[in-house]
Every structure is written in C-alpha cells, then in structure tokens.
Design a protein around this ligand. Sequence first.
Ligand SMILES: [Zn+2]
Ligand SMILES: [Zn+2]
Length: 488
Amino acid sequence: METPMTRRSALVLTGAAAGTLAAGRPRDDADLVLHSGVVWTGDATAQAVAVKGKRIVAVGSDRRVLECAGDRTRRVDLKGAFVGPGFRDQHTHLIQRALTGAAPEAYRPVWKPYDEDEAFEARRRTGQRHVDIHARGETPVDQCTHSPVTEKMKNDLLVMQEEVAKQGVSTVVEAGLRDLGALDALFQLADEGKLKVRFLVRVAWGCMEEAAKMGLRTGSGNEWVKVLGVKLYSDGWLGPRTSALRQPYSDDPYGFPRRGILFLAQERANRDVARARELGFNITTHAIGDRGLKVTLNAYEHNDVAPRDRWAVEHVQVAEDDLLERMIRRGVIASIQLSFATSDQRFAEDAIGRHRLRYAYRWRDMLRARVPMVGGSDFDIEALDPMWGLQRVVTRTEFDGTPPGGWLPDQRLDVPTALRLVTSRAAFASFEERERGTVEPGNYADLVVIKENPLTMPPDRLASATRLMTITNGTITSEGPVRYPPTA
Ligand SMILES: [Zn+2]
Ligand SMILES: [Zn+2]
C-alpha cells in the first residue's frame, strides 16, 4: 500500500544511488542492504540484512543477502558494526515533556554527580505532592485535558522525536498521557508522513472515558501511532517513602505515613480495572511497594486476568515470592526500569532495611522464575538512552563507579537478556511480537546500527556506544555518528 511514508523513504534511499542506471532493475531488489557487520537477530548472529519498503526481506550471510541488491539498492558497508532490533522503551513520559515545549537538549542524556542534599529535597517535594493528591482522594493519573492541536504542539513533538531517533530508538510507550490533544497531534503528524518514531500511547486513567468516546481502544491507530491501553497508579515512590509497603518503612526521614501511600483503595482498583477491560483498554498499573503490588494483583485477579491479557505492572521494586508467583500464574508482565537500581541504591537500604532488600530490584530472580518482563527508562525521571540503561542494568554500578562490583550484584543481567527487555520482550508486551522486536525476514524493518558490539564490548563502556543509524518502518530516521558518554 502506498502511503506518504513509503514515498518519503524511497526518496531517502535512492539518494545514494542517483546517477546509476535503473534499467533492468528486478522487481524484488532491496532498497537497502547493510552488509559486512554483526547482525544480532535477537537470538543468533548473521552478517547482513536487506530492507525493502517497510520490511526486512533477508537476513544471513553477506553473499546471500547481497543477492537482493540491484542497481538502485543502497549498500552500506557496516565495517564490522553491530545491527540489532530498533530499541523500544516501554515506559516514558516523552509526549508529556514535549507538551512543555522542551528544547532538544532536554531529551539528551546528561550525567550529573549525585548530590545528597539536592536529592533529599527533591524526594521530600515529590512525597508532599503524593500526600496532597491522596488528601484530595485522587491518584496522580486522574486529571485529563484535551487541548486543541496547534502548530507549536506539533513542532514540539517533532523536536522530541528527532532526539529519540538519534539514540537508536524505534518505538516508545507513553506511560500515562494526560492531554488527548497530543494524541490528535500525533495522528495528524502520522497522516502528514512526518513521524520518525513509533508512539504507543497509554492514556492516563482520567483520559480513558473520553478516549473511548473518540472511538479509541487498545490497537487503535496505525504503524506510527497506536493506542496501547491505560495507566493506573496504585502507590507512591520508594525515595520519598510513599510507595505502599506491607510493613512500615525502616526509617522516617520525611514524616509521611509509615507504610506509604496507597492511592488506589481495593474497591476502586477492582472497579477501575473492570471498566478498563469493558472499554477494551490493556492495563498497566504503577506499583512500587509490595502493598501497592498486592492491591494491583488482587484487582487483576478479581477481573480474571489471564496471560492472553498481557496486563502489566510498572516498577515492581519490592516483591516477595508470593507476589511474583501470582504474576507468573496469571502472566502479569513486570515492566522494570533499567536505571532504577543504580539510582535507588542511594536510599533503598535505609528505606526498607537489609532483610527486605533481598526482595527488591530483583531483576535476575524474576527472570529466572519466568516472570514475564519488559524494560524501559521512565524518561524524564531517568535518561532515555537505552545504552545508558543497558550499562546500568548489566553492571549495577553507577557511572561514578558506585559501588564497585555492583549493587546487589547477584541481580545483574547479561547483555543479551537486557537487550531483549528493550526489543523482543517489549514487542510482546505491546502485542507486536509477530512482526517486530527481532531481525527476521517479514518483520518490519526497525533497526539500530551501533559501531561497537554491545555483546562483546566492555560492559562499563556500553553507555558510550556510538549510534550510526536508526531505521524505523523501513525509513532511515537518523544517521550518526552520535554518542553520549556519561561524564560530568
Ligand atoms: Zn510510575
Ligand atoms: Zn513513569
């Protein structure tokens, strides 16, 4: 099917071949062949990959894949570079940030040394906000607006996507959109053929009824913008001691409720989940503490959650075995953030004590136990760059070297496992595993090209890896080199 995007990608791709004779071009010539590299399919490795239109048409040895190349094919000699599935980020607030009119720099990762006084004060402010929201009888995702689409709004979204594409990212999930006008704007931009990043949107709970009235539900949309579902919010955060715990916090630096704040009482959680199911919205719920997680799982089970639903929980930071077992049994997906363990090491032990630490940020335990899992950044709480997240989740050491050997080092992930959290497993969590998330013929061509090989480079250098190219839906959306070394 001919759409504005395919015409645009054709322009990009034939540029390099201008002047060559197009006569006699076989109908099945690829538009683009990346060869002489390390193509990681998500499982095995190959040397080359060919793209035609929006799809991958061949993966394999240089000799075999180059057979797809004709006069008009752009050939890129990878010179040993790595090609993997385009990165996916299952938890961001990129669209919300764009609505503030942020400058390009806002989306680029910047590393700052840890400042305890500043961090302490920021956590207190966040906790106070949670206390205030709870006092009003609300959750943080109850508010919704529907702004009119403006040129400025559209431009701000384009500024954002430019930076996202540079970092090797093909697909992002918005975790709780609170302005449906932004969704209107994205649909317009998609129609105009201007999108370079795929946006999967979870509307905030407060926006769900109106979204449904607009005719939207999970799966609504197109190849560039799609409604993924709804986001609910059960408890606060661990840093401010507002995430809801079954047992009291081990310390009390701010004077907030000792077992944290539960925004979603059980009856409301049961009701909200039922309503989301009724309207056809896939559900995820923010739950950091074990009490927040328990209430969330109670509500999911109350509504007969089954593995085919692919409902998720965001964060899952304190989770004893009984809770993980319930997630496994019902196929509830743990959506974790690659940078949270290294950031939260500063306060986690003070907050929950040595004993409960055994059940915290236990990514490796969860994978071993076969909890369905997916990874994300939680931009703009953390940097978007998946390579930053990758280094942190693999080393469990912050960029300043804290702590040497890694924090709770038994929970470190290996690189292929971590990569799958932001590629194939993310595609599964978004019902796209049949055509995205791996590099194989027939799949959409969502690819990232990295100069170094993440599978073999020193893990403490991953964050500095050089992005050479990003391809999404067969379109080259960024051509590097771009790198973001984390230095102060
Ligand atoms: Zn959250
Ligand atoms: Zn978030």
